[in-house]
Each structure stands twice: as C-alpha cells, then as structure tokens.
Design a protein around this ligand. Structure first.
Ligand SMILES: [Zn+2]
Length: 176
C-alpha cells in the first residue's frame, strides 16, 4: 500500500472536489453477460483467459475498456450519478470490487470510491500518456477498471476513479 501511495502522489489526472450531498437515485438493470461462462460472484479463482476469447464473449464497449484500457467519456457512465445501496462487481468476471458505502460524489465525471475490496483489486504501474499513474485491475481476471489517486476523502484519502462500463451493480434489495 505504501508504494501505491507514493506512486499516486503526482498522478492526479483530474482534480476532483468531493461533494457531500446525495446523488440522484436511478434504477439500473443488471447487464451481466448471460453468455459469459467465466462470470461468477462467488468463485475467486484467478482466470487466465486470452483476449481473443474475451473478445468473443464481451460487448464491444466493455472489451475496449476492460481489455484494452480504454476510458469511457466523463459524465456518461451509468454509475457516475448513482447512489443506491449495494455491491459493485467486475462486469467481466463477477468478482466483488466495491461496496456502495465507499462510493462518494466526485465531480470528476467517473464513479469514485475511497476504498476497494482488498481481495477484489490489484495494481499496476501505468506510465502511459506521459503520466505516472496507478492502474487498478480486477484481481481475478486482470481487467482494467480505472486508476487510483491520493486526492480522495477520509478515511483513506484515496480516490478509485472507475469506468462504469467495468462495473456491475447489484442492489441490496436484489439480494436473495
Ligand atoms: Zn474481473
């Protein structure tokens, strides 16, 4: 975690202020790929699936972001203005990533969290685009989720800046 913090010091791509008022609530349909044989919300076994295979399974927008580290346009993601209570899973493989309690209203245009599931995410150094950033990936399937910066709110001071496309939300009311 120390390395992560050091790496993050100068890396903020967008400065975001934190707004405390609640976000607007919208109902969302889950879009977990029904034909994805690797998708599981309980199995945390590491996946080794080739991009050629993922390309056959995933929708084009998810493939571009998750497997080619593309970024969705700011203020367009389905979870940017969204504050329902529930869990966020990897849209590629179903691995648990975030709890809604750690989501905060950020002005940067992407869904933001101050804490991730430690068993859900892993980190890579990202030196692309002339910046030093810390990429956040799914620990199970190694898909790109977004980046983490150290300008987030308490208690962690971290800001996980995520792509909505990479996330799958399941509300508490939907739990069986
Ligand atoms: Zn995953």
């Amino acid at each position: 975690m120390k390395i992560l913090i050091y790496l993050s010091v100068f890396m903020s791509l967008q400065m975001c202020s934190q707004v405390k008022h609640p976000e607007k609530v919208k109902n969302m349909e889950n879009s977990a790929a029904k034909t994805n044989p690797y998708y599981s919300r309980t199995d945390r076994t590491k996946l080794t699936v080739t991009n050629a295979e993922w390309k056959k399974i995933l929708p084009a927008d998810l493939y571009a972001i998750a497997r080619e580290a593309d970024t969705e346009r700011p203020f367009t993601g389905k979870y940017n203005q969204f504050d329902e209570l529930g869990e966020y899973y990897c849209a590629v493989c179903g691995n648990h990533l975030f709890r809604s309690d750690s989501k905060f209203s950020s002005t940067c245009g992407w869904p933001s969290f101050f804490e991730a599931d430690k068993e859900g995410v892993a980190y890579h150094r990202d030196s692309t685009l002339g910046m030093e950033r810390t990429e956040v990936v799914c620990k199970r399937c190694d898909s790109h989720l977004g980046h983490v910066f150290n300008d987030g709110p308490e208690p962690t001071g971290m800001r996980y800046c995520m792509n909505s496309v990479s996330l799958e939300f399941v509300g508490d009311s939907e739990k069986k």
